[in-house]
Write a protein that binds this ligand. Structure first.
Ligand code: SAM
Length: 277
C-alpha cells in the first residue's frame, strides 16, 4: 500500500536531481539492480523531485489498491483501523488525511465522523485522487483535493486530527511535513503517522530488507507490468527509524508522542498531540 515510494533521481538515466520538471520526463531505475546510494540513516527528506513522485503515483493508481492488499496479505486494513482509532475522532469531528492516495484511510475516517463531520483528503497525484473520488462517491462528508502536503489548503487549527499513511517518506522535507500537519490541527488534537520501518531485531530486519528488495519489484512487474514498484525498497534506505521519527515529531511541536509497532515491526504508528494554549 502506501507502501510505495519514488525512485532515487541519482539512479535515473539520464538526469540528476532537480532536472525532472515535467512529469512526462520522469524515468525510473530498476532498483533490484542498483541499491540506493543515499542510504545514510536519518535523511531529512525525499530527494526525488515532486513532479517525478506524482508522475509515478499517477502511473500506478489503477493497480495500487490491489497490489497493496496482495503485498501485505491484507494486513494493511488492520493498520488503517489502528490509525483511525489513534486519531480519537467522534461523530461530527473534522480531519485531514494527507497523501491520501486512493482514499482508503480517508473513507474510514469519514465513516468514523459520520455525515455531520468532514474529512478533507489531500494528495499531489491527480491519478490517485481521481481513483478515490470514483471509489467513494457516496460519502458526502469526504472531499478530495489535489494539493501538496507541505502547503495544505486549510487555515491554522482547522481540524480535530490529521493523518498521513505511508506518505511521509515521499515528502521533500519530513520536518516541514510534520510542522504542516501540526499547523492545521487544533490545540489538543492529534497527528497520526503510519509508516514503514525496518523491523528489529537485526536478523529479522535484515531478512525483511532482503526479501523486500526482491519480492516487491518482482510482484509489481508480474502483477501489473509496472517498473515503478521497483522503487519501493529504496524509500526505506536512510529513512529515519521510529525513534528518530518521534524526535522529529516533538521538534515540530507535538507532545506526548507515542510509537506502536505493527506488522512484526515492519510498520510504525506514531501519534502526537498538538499542545493546548
Ligand atoms: C504510498 S501512497 C499512500 C496512499 C495512502 N495514504 C494509503 O495509505 O494507501 C503515497 C501517496 O503520497 C502522495 N504524495 C507524495 N508526495 C506528496 C506530496 N508532496 N503532497 C501530497 N501527496 C503526496 C502520493 O501521490 C501517493 O498517493
Amino acid at each position: 500500500m502506501a507502501v510505495l515510494a519514488p525512485p532515487d533521481p541519482r539512479l535515473t538515466e539520464p538526469g540528476t536531481p532537480g532536472e525532472v520538471d515535467d512529469p512526462s520526463d520522469a524515468t525510473f531505475p530498476l532498483l533490484d539492480e542498483a541499491p540506493a546510494p543515499w542510504a545514510a540513516r536519518g535523511r531529512s527528506g525525499n530527494p526525488v523531485p515532486e513532479a517525478a513522485v506524482s508522475a509515478m503515483f499517477d502511473e500506478i493508481a489503477p493497480i495500487y489498491d490491489r497490489l497493496n492488499t496482495l503485498m501485505t496479505l491484507g494486513a494493511d486494513a488492520g493498520w488503517r483501523r489502528a490509525a483511525v482509532a489513534a486519531a480519537r475522532l467522534h461523530a461530527g469531528d473534522t480531519a485531514v488525511d494527507v497523501a491520501c492516495g486512493t482514499g482508503k484511510l480517508s473513507a474510514a475516517l469519514a465513516e468514523r465522523v459520520g455525515p455531520f463531520g468532514r474529512v478533507l483528503a489531500v494528495d499531489a497525484s491527480r491519478g490517485m485522487i481521481d481513483r478515490g473520488r470514483a471509489v467513494f462517491p457516496d460519502l458526502v462528508q469526504l472531499e478530495f483535493r489535489q494539493a501538496n502536503a507541505l502547503r495544505l489548503p486549510a487555515p491554522d487549527g482547522e481540524f480535530d486530527a490529521a493523518t498521513i499513511a505511508f506518505g511521509l517518506r515521499n515528502l521533500a522535507d519530513f520536518d516541514a511535513g510534520f510542522r504542516e500537519l501540526c499547523r492545521v490541527v487544533r490545540p489538543g488534537g492529534r497527528v497520526v503517522c503510519l509508516e514503514l520501518s525496518v523491523p528489529r531485531p537485526r536478523a529479522w530486519g535484515h531478512l525483511f530488507q532482503v526479501t523486500f528488495r526482491r519480492l516487491v519489484p518482482w510482484a509489481g512487474r508480474i502483477a501489473a507490468g509496472s517498473r515503478a514498484y521497483g522503487y519501493l525498497p529504496a524509500s526505506l534506505d536512510g529513512f529515519p527509524d521510529p525513534d528518530a521519527l518521534a524526535v522529529r515529531m516533538r521538534a515540530a511541536g507535538l507532545q506526548r508522542v507515542t510509537i506502536r509497532r505493527l506488522g512484526l515491526g515492519a510498520v510504525a504508528l506514531h501519534v502526537g498531540t498538538v499542545p493546548e494554549g
